[in-house]
Structures are given as structure tokens and as C-alpha cells.
Ligand binder design. Structure first.
Ligand code: KMH
Ligand code: ZN
Length: 310
């Protein structure tokens, strides 16, 4: 048997899809976000993807002052790669979304590779009672929402964050997003290795069928050859099945409460670390090894934790 491959686990600990009423385990305050991130890193996540929330009501915020309350603590407690969102919430302007990435100059930031519908409203039916009116508005207004990531926006994010040495988790929610990335590669605005996060199962993006995963893989293989590092993000109940299918074919994986609140059918995950441990068991069952943060840095050609501004 040949030497086993190292798999990068990314854990996205909170985010803008779910709202606090949907799970009591969703981290909201800076202390909860830091604890969740540290727990996920200790469980084996090499990369921690971070959003912030207003501690008063859990609303997504891109205020650097809120990020400042948890970033240094995570950095001193773990060696994980910190990946800051540039997606923020699809309800925000691109300028607002970029505030923390510009301020903290992380090793890695998310980059959403195309404009799209972003339908969160079906989740209204799954929650009986909401604590805050903003949660209902957030989900309801997604019926008429375009998550704006135009060519100009992507170019601006690539060049402005790229000037700080930040590299990207290219979030590709559909096949066209791979072609959009290829366009920026042709223009030499993105340099290899490309960390391609294939996102499945969000309303407005590609579905969560195994054929969807295969189509993404075939297309990325054809467009980028050996120049990309592939990762799989399955939303909701797609999380573990699609990560497993991808990992068996060479992908890295992303889990976390940002993308799924679940640990099993009808069972809420009690922590981000629980999801990391679950996918880790699967990976180890496939005889795959877990990449350390420094191995992830090497695989993704990151600048190093000493080069960030927090
Ligand atoms: N939750 C992901 C599907 C971002 O932060 O830039 C979307 C996301 C966007 O992670
Ligand atoms: Zn995110």
C-alpha cells in the first residue's frame, strides 16, 4: 500500500446562513466563537473559517472591532490557519464585506466566485419560534436576494487582499464559478495552487447529487490540471456524505456549523468539534491522514501566521 495522503480539514464555525434560533449550539459571542474555533482546531481542523456576529442579537457583522475580540485569542491558542470571510452576509455591500480581511490581512480569505441567488427562506419553515425579528427578515428577504460577486468585485478582492499576501479559498457554488476562476487565472490575477472549495446543496447553486460532485471534479481537473487543491463543502445533510465521496477521490473537506447544524438525522451537532471528529473518523477509516496547519500552509503556499495583522 502506498503512503497515505494528507487531508486538510477546514472548519467554518459560524457564518451567515443560520440564525441563533435555529440551534442553541451556534456560536454567537466572541467568547463562543473563540471557544468553538479552538475546540475545532484541537479536534483536527487545520483551517478555521471565521465570520463574526453582533453579540447583542447574533446578527452577522463585519465590524473589525468584533473580530478583534476573538482573532488574537484563537491565534495564541492554536496554530490553525485563520481564514476570514469576504462573503460576510449576502445582504451586505462588497465594501462592508471586505473590512475585516483588509484590516487583519489573514493568510487566507474566502472568495465567492460568482453572483447568484441565495435562497435561505425554506429554513423559515424548519424553525418554530425565532428570538429576533432580524432572523425572520434575513430569511424572508433571501427570496429576492442576489449575492453579488461580479467580475469587478472578484477582481477587486483578488487585487486588494492579494496585495497583503492573503491567498484565497475560491468558493465555487456552480460549474460557471470554475470558469470564472479560470478567467482570472488566464489574466494572471490568481496564482497556483488554487484552493477550490466546491460548494454543494445551497438553493441557488449546484445540487448535492453525486453526479454534481463528479461534474465539478471533471471540470476542475480539465481547467486546472495539477494546479488546484480541491475541497468539498456539502451544505446541510449533504455535509458528511459529500465530504466522504470527495475525500475518497482526492479532495480535502470542510465541515462546521456555518454550513450544517447537524451531526446525524434529526440530531443537532453540539459543537463544531463534534463535526470535525466525525469527518476525521471517516477520513481515518479511508486510511487518509489529517494535515497539520503547517502542512496545510505548505500545500496552499500561505505566507505564514507571523505575517498577519492580529
Ligand atoms: N457558507 C458558505 C456556503 C464566505 O464566507 O465567503 C458561504 C461562505 C461565504 O463561506
Ligand atoms: Zn463563510
Amino acid at each position: 500500500m502506498s503512503k497515505s495522503r494528507k487531508v486538510i480539514i477546514t472548519c467554518a464555525v459560524t457564518g451567515a446562513i443560520h440564525t441563533p434560533s435555529m440551534s442553541p449550539h451556534l456560536p454567537v459571542t466572541p467568547a463562543e466563537i473563540a471557544d468553538a474555533a479552538i475546540g475545532a482546531a484541537e479536534a483536527g481542523a487545520a483551517i478555521i473559517h471565521l465570520h463574526a456576529r453582533d453579540p447583542k442579537d447574533g446578527r452577522p457583522t463585519q465590524d473589525p472591532a468584533v473580530f478583534q475580540e476573538f482573532l488574537p485569542r484563537i491565534k495564541t491558542s492554536t496554530s490553525a490557519v485563520i481564514n476570514i470571510t469576504t462573503g460576510g452576509s449576502p445582504h451586505m455591500t462588497v465594501q462592508e464585506r471586505l473590512r475585516p480581511a483588509h484590516h487583519f490581512q489573514p493568510e487566507l480569505a474566502s472568495l465567492n466566485m460568482g453572483s447568484m441567488n441565495f435562497g435561505l427562506y425554506p429554513m423559515l419553515e424548519r424553525t418554530k419560534e425565532f428570538k429576533h425579528q432580524w432572523e425572520i427578515d434575513h430569511l424572508t428577504n433571501s427570496r429576492d436576494l442576489v449575492f453579488k460577486n461580479t467580475f469587478a468585485d472578484v477582481e477587486y478582492i483578488l487585487t486588494s487582499c492579494g496585495a497583503n499576501g492573503t491567498r484565497f479559498e475560491f468558493e465555487c457554488y456552480d460549474i460557471s464559478h470554475l470558469y470564472n476562476l479560470a478567467h482570472f487565472v488566464d489574466r494572471k490575477l490568481a496564482t497556483p495552487p488554487f484552493f477550490v472549495q466546491s460548494v454543494f446543496g445551497l438553493l441557488g447553486g449546484i445540487g448535492g447529487h453525486p453526479e454534481d460532485l463528479m461534474h465539478m471534479k471533471r471540470t476542475a481537473d480539465r481547467l486546472f490540471g495539477a494546479d488546484f487543491v480541491w475541497s468539498i463543502l456539502g451544505a446541510g445533510r449533504n455535509q458528511i456524505p459529500l465530504a466522504t465521496m470527495g475525500a475518497a477521490q482526492g479532495s480535502n473537506v470542510r465541515v462546521g456549523l456555518e454550513d450544517s447544524l447537524w451531526i446525524g438525522p434529526g440530531r443537532l451537532a453540539e459543537s463544531n468539534a463534534d463535526q470535525v471528529r466525525k469527518i476525521r473518523m471517516v477520513l481515518e477509516g479511508l486510511s487518509l491522514e489529517i494535515a497539520t496547519p503547517d502542512e496545510a500552509r505548505q500545500m496552499l503556499a500561505l505566507k505564514g501566521a507571523s505575517e498577519v495583522k492580529f
